[in-house]
Design a protein around this ligand. Structure first.
Ligand SMILES: CC(C)(COP(=O)(O)OP(=O)(O)OC[C@H]1O[C@@H](n2cnc3c(N)ncnc32)[C@H](O)[C@@H]1OP(=O)(O)O)[C@@H](O)C(=O)NCCC(=O)NCCS
Length: 153
């Protein structure tokens, strides 16, 4: 489902279980993404629910260029991983985006094996290497996929 301000706290708790502190978004960032940015149509957040609880969350920024959606955050509860929830959220994004958005783009840590396996399976390929991209000096890669490929995946 599409998330709004009511999902702020569960998403923050999910992020705390999923990311090292420097990779988490500040509460103010999530508040903006779920509120004003969502209302403006520049941010789309999807959550996966199990038993009424948020077990997965994805945020995408819809760029002003009108055709690239940047997958900005993706997290699945550690206890629910490996069951396809991450893939489901990304494919759901590819279905829900406004029609003009034809490209998905994202950055991921070079050594994030689980995420890279998932993105590769969904049709993403390396677009750019990003040395020392993360605040702790970790390397990143920028991946891209056509929306059509992700929808088929
Ligand atoms: C990345 C993440 C969202 C994936 O969510 P998920 O629900 O487990 O994803 P899926 O079940 O759809 O797919 C996971 C794939 O990774 C594989 N995988 C899991 N752990 C792995 C590991 N350590 N090494 C290699 N592959 C791994 C699984 O086997 C699965 O692939 P398969 O379906 O071909 O078997 C989840 O691991 C997560 O929240 N990680 C922490 C936050 C994060 O790193 N987010 C991405 C930032 S860009």
């Amino acid at each position: 489902m599409v998330a709004g301000p009511a999902q702020l706290q569960p998403i923050i708790e999910l992020e705390a279980r999923s990311f090292i502190p420097s990779d988490r978004f500040a509460r103010a960032t999530w508040r903006h993404l779920l509120g004003p940015a969502r209302m403006r149509g520049s941010s789309l957040t999807l959550v996966a629910l199990s038993g009424g609880h948020v077990v997965g969350a994805l945020n995408a920024l819809l760029r002003r260029d009108g055709h690239t959606a940047r997958l900005y955050s993706l997290a699945v509860d550690p206890q629910e991983r490996g069951r396809g929830i991450g893939g489901l959220l990304v494919r759901h994004l590819a279905k829900r985006l406004p029609p003009a958005f034809t490209v998905l783009s994202l950055e991921v840590r070079h050594d994030n094996a689980a995420a890279r396996v998932l993105y590769e399976r969904l049709g993403f390929t390396v677009f750019e290497h990003l040395p020392a991209y993360y605040p702790d000096g970790g390397d990143g890669v920028r991946l891209r996929a056509s929306r059509a490929a992700v929808r088929r995946g």
